[in-house]
Design a protein around this ligand. Structure first.
Ligand SMILES: [Zn+2]
Length: 243
């Protein structure tokens, strides 16, 4: 998991490595696509095996990670780092955010489309090299959603999401809703556990559980279209809809 990051998960990194290998400097140095990987032997730094960090053994304490003294955290060998694309080395790309890098790639290109999907699910602020282990639950869900949307639509799939809007701004919630609607339009079913009124208002069917949260919840209060929930005498959620 330490080696999985946003770029590898979204298959952006493979595309980027191909891009780097195609640069004149890479050809001059005889570097191939695989040399721009930090997972395989070739262009990566071997002292840290491409992780940018090494373990330091402190006998009575738990092991500590420090920046690799050989590559200074850059994860690659110097000649690999000397190859640039849009004035950035492969290591620089891992430190760029999705938003910062999208203009480097032509509109409608595969790369641009993937980056735009990440922005659409409200993850444009993430760095390419951000390890998946550091993402919050909500971020992880939205990342998986972006990946799902990037692949050929199969249809007839059930998507179950637990509070996907948590931590998102209003504009991002609107984007997320648009994407979820696309899944529904493509013959899939989306079930969202959600408190956000905008998400509830724009769904096709609501199952209102209550009357309160935790131990005081779990009872079926009302079911129906959002408009019907809003008028239901027993629904507390309903009182907050369409305000
Ligand atoms: Zn190193």
């Amino acid at each position: 998991m330490q080696r999985s990051n946003v770029a590898t998960f979204m298959d952006l990194f493979t595309l980027l490595r191909t891009q780097f290998a195609a640069q004149p400097k890479a050809k001059e140095l005889g570097l191939k696509t695989k040399d721009f990987s930090f997972n395989t032997v070739g262009g990566r730094c071997e002292q840290c095996e491409g992780l940018g960090q090494v373990d330091v053994n402190l006998s009575f304490l738990s092991d500590m990670k420090v920046t690799c003294p050989s590559c200074k955290g850059q994860r690659f060998q110097d000649h690999v780092l000397s190859v640039q694309f849009k004035e950035h080395s492969i290591a620089d790309f891992l430190n760029l955010s999705v938003e910062q890098s999208i203009t480097f790639f032509e509109t409608k290109s595969k790369m641009n489309t993937l980056l735009q999907l990440l922005i659409d699910v409200g993850l444009g602020y993430l760095n390419w090299g951000q390890a998946l282990t550091t993402l919050s639950g909500g971020e992880g869900q939205r990342l998986k959603l972006a990946k799902e949307l990037s692949q050929a639509k199969k249809g007839h799939t059930l998507y179950l999401l637990d509070e996907p809007t948590s931590g998102l701004h209003m504009t991002d919630i609107k984007h997320l809703h648009t994407l979820l609607s696309k899944l529904v339009d493509a013959n899939n079913t989306v079930v969202v556990v959600e408190h956000h009124t905008m998400m509830i208002e724009s769904s096709d069917w609501v199952v209102d559980l209550g009357p309160s949260g935790g131990d005081q919840g779990g009872e079926l209060i009302a079911t129906g279209k959002p408009e019907e929930i809003a008028k239901h005498p027993d629904s507390i959620t309903g009182q907050f809809l369409f305000q």
